[in-house]
Design a protein around this ligand. Structure first.
Ligand code: CA
Length: 541
C-alpha cells in the first residue's frame, strides 16, 4: 500500500520527538530500533509477500464490438479463434451490458463507466471528464502497488489519464482524429498529461518497409483513405506496443495494463487478406436485418447511420457486415499476438485477462448501422470475459446480468482488495466462483431523452418517446416516436418479434412499465443528474 510508508515515518518521527529529552543516546537508539522493528518488518514482509503473489491484470477493451461479434459467443460467421481461446480458458458472461449513453459517442460514457466503476447517472456529465473524487481503476491498482500502464484509446480528460497510469504508449485521441485506422495519430506518454496536438505523430512505412514516425501535417486530410501499404493498422500498433511492454517487463511489482483498441470501430478497414475472408455474397444477414428502421427512434441521422445509404438493401448491409467481420478477425489476430507474448514471457500463468467490448453495434440490424439505440446486439450487449490460467471453471458461461462498470470492483475483488468508496458497481467474483448465481435481478438502459429499456427475466421492455431535442445545426426540434416494444430475449435474442401488442402480454407490459418507472427513480434517471442535458425522457413519457 502506498499509504503505509507515510504512516511508518509519522510513527518514527513521533517516537523521536518524544525522545528529544533523553540524554542517553544509547537508549534513544534502542528505542528507535525497537519502535521501527515493531512497525516496519511485519508490514514490510506482508507487502512483499502480497506483491509476489498478486497477479498481473490485463484489461482488453474493444470498440463498438457487439456480443455476437465474437464467434464463440454469438456463433455467427465471424472468425475469432484467439477470442474463442480466451473464452475456452475462462468464464464468459452471456448477459453483459452497457447501461446506456447520453451522447451519440457512446464510447465516452462506456469508458467512463469502466474506468470509474460507476453507472451512467453517476458520471460527471456524459463522462468526458473524470473528476478527482471518482477514483479511477488505474489509481485503485496504483494503491495496491501495481505498475499501471495504458496503450491505445483514451477518450477522457488529460488529468484523469495522467493520474491513472505510471506509464503508457501510443496514446490515441489527444486532439487529432483522421478517421483512418491506417493513419491514426499517436502520442507518447506524458507524465504531466499536457498533451499537445502538434506532438501527435503517424507511423508509416518507409521505402524499405520499415515502420518510422512522422509528424501529422496539414496535408493529412481526414480519411478513410489509408491502406496497409501506408502504415500499420491501429490494432497492430497497439498490440505490438502491449507485447513489447509484456516482454520487457522486469519489475517485481505486478502490472495492470489497460489495452484499449480502436477496432472494430468504423471506418471498418482491414488489410485485404482479411477482407478476402468474407466475400460479400457469402454473408448471412442477422435475423433482425431490415432495410429501414420501422419508426423514428429519436436519433436516426448522425455519423454512424450515415455510413451506409438508405434503404439498407441486403447488398448494402452485407457489405457493411463483411467489413465488420474483416476488421474483427484482424483484431483477433492482434489480440492473439498479445496473448502469445504473455505465454512466451511466462506471465500468462499469473495474469488475469479481462476482455470486453464498449457497446453493441447494429451493422444492418433493424435497419440501423450505429450503436445509438438500446436494442441488445445493436446497442448494449457486450462481450465480457474473465480469462487466463487463474480462472478455474474454464469454458463456462454465466447468465447473471452484468454491466461494464462491474469489471472494476470484480478485478479488485479478484486480487483481494476492496473497491474505493466511489465505486458503485458490483463484484462479479461470487458469480465467477459459483457462490452466487446473480448479483442483480434486472438491467436498465437509457439512450438520450428518447429511449429507455428494462430487462427482467427473459423479457425486455423498450419505450420510445417523441421528445424535444436541440442541436447546433438544427436548433430546437422534436424527434422520435411514442412506441412500446416487448421482446423475449431468451427466445428472440435479435429482438425480431415485438410481443407488446398481443393481448396475452398486456399485463406483462403494464407490470414492466410500472417497475421501470420505479427503477428510474432509484437510479436517479433525471436530466438534473446528467450535467448539461436540456431534456429528460420522463418529461415526455
Ligand atoms: Ca465505442
Amino acid at each position: 500500500m502506498k499509504e503505509k510508508p507515510k504512516f511508518l515515518l509519522t510513527q518514527i518521527q513521533f517516537n523521536l520527538s518524544n525522545l528529544m529529552n533523553y540524554k542517553n543516546r544509547f537508549s534513544l537508539c534502542i528505542l528507535v530500533v525497537f519502535s521501527t522493528l515493531l512497525v516496519l518488518p511485519v508490514s514490510a514482509q506482508k507487502r512483499k509477500a502480497k506483491k509476489k503473489d498478486q497477479p498481473n491484470v490485463l484489461v482488453i477493451y474493444t470498440d463498438d464490438h457487439r456480443f455476437s461479434g465474437v464467434h464463440a459467443l454469438g456463433n455467427m460467421q465471424v472468425k475469432t479463434p484467439n477470442m474463442d481461446a480466451l473464452i475456452a480458458d475462462g468464464v464468459s458472461f452471456s448477459n453483459g451490458y452497457l447501461m446506456g449513453a447520453f451522447s451519440g459517442a457512446t464510447c465516452v460514457p462506456s469508458r467512463a463507466m469502466l474506468l470509474t466503476g460507476r453507472n451512467v447517472f453517476e458520471l460527471q456529465g456524459q463522462g468526458h471528464t473524470i473528476p478527482p473524487e471518482h477514483t479511477t481503476i488505474g489509481e485503485a491498482f496504483q494503491a495496491q502497488s501495481y505498475n499501471t500502464h495504458i496503450v491505445g484509446k483514451w477518450h477522457q480528460d488529460n488529468a484523469s489519464l495522467a493520474r491513472s497510469f505510471d506509464s503508457g504508449d501510443r496514446i490515441m485521441s489527444r486532439g487529432i482524429y483522421l478517421v483512418d485506422h491506417f493513419r491514426m495519430p499517436s502520442w507518447d506518454w506524458k507524465k504531466d498529461g499536457d498533451y499537445k496536438k502538434e506532438e501527435g505523430y503517424l507511423l508509416v512505412y518507409d521505402t524499405d518497409g520499415k515502420v518510422v514516425r512522422r509528424p501529422v501535417t496539414k496535408e493529412d486530410k481526414r480519411g478513410p483513405t489509408g491502406t496497409e501499404k501506408n502504415g500499420p493498422h491501429t490494432s497492430e500498433i497497439y498490440a505490438e506496443s502491449a507485447s513489447e511492454f509484456i516482454m520487457d517487463y522486469k519489475k517485481k511489482d505486478p502490472f495492470f495494463m489497460y489495452l484499449a483498441f480502436h477496432a472494430p470501430h468504423d471506418p471498418r478497414q482491414a488489410p485485404q487478406k482479411y477482407k478476402d475472408m468474407y466475400p460479400i455474397e457469402d454473408i448471412i444477414l442477422s435475423p433482425s436485418y431490415l432495410e429501414q428502421h420501422p419508426f423514428d427512434n429519436g436519433h436516426m441521422f448522425l455519423r454512424d447511420e450515415e455510413l451506409a445509404v438508405w434503404p439498407r438493401t441486403p447488398d448494402v448491409a452485407k457489405e457493411q457486415l463483411s467489413d465488420y467481420y474483416a476488421i474483427i478477425t484482424h483484431l483477433d489476430d492482434q489480440i492473439g499476438k498479445v496473448i502469445a507474448s504473455l505465454k512466451e514471457s511466462g506471465a500468462y500463468e499469473n495474469t488475469l485477462i479481462v476482455f470486453a467490448g464498449d457497446s453493441g453495434l447494429a451493422v444492418g440490424n433493424h435497419g440501423l448501422m450505429g450503436k445509438q439505440n438500446i436494442y441488445d446486439e445493436d446497442g448494449v450487449h457486450i462481450p465480457l470475459v474473465f480469462s487466463g490460467n487463474l480462472i478455474k471453471d474454464k469454458g463456462s458461461k454465466r447468465e447473471a446480468f452484468a454491466y461494464n462498470f462491474d469489471i472494476f470492483p470484480t478485478i479488485l475483488d479478484f486480487i483481494g482488495a476492496d473497491a474505493p468508496s466511489s465505486v458503485t458497481g458490483t463484484s462479479l467474483l461470487p458469480v465467477i466462483n459459483k457462490e452466487k448465481s446473480i448479483v442483480r435481478d434486472y438491467t436498465y438502459h437509457a439512450y438520450k431523452q428518447f429511449q429507455r429499456a428494462y430487462r427482467k427475466g427473459d423479457y425486455k421492455l423498450i419505450e420510445y418517446v417523441r421528445a424535444k431535442d436541440y442541436t447546433k445545426k438544427d436548433g430546437e426540434t422534436t424527434r422520435g416516436s411514442r412506441v412500446t416494444q416487448l421482446f423475449n430475449i431468451k427466445n428472440d435474442p435479435w429482438e425480431v418479434y415485438d410481443l407488446s401488442f398481443f393481448p396475452k402480454y398486456a399485463e406483462q407490459v403494464k407490470t414492466m412499465q410500472k417497475e421501470m418507472k420505479e427503477k428510474a427513480k432509484e437510479l436517479g434517471d433525471t436530466k438534473a443528474n446528467i450535467e448539461g442535458e436540456n431534456f429528460g425522457f420522463w418529461e415526455f413519457y
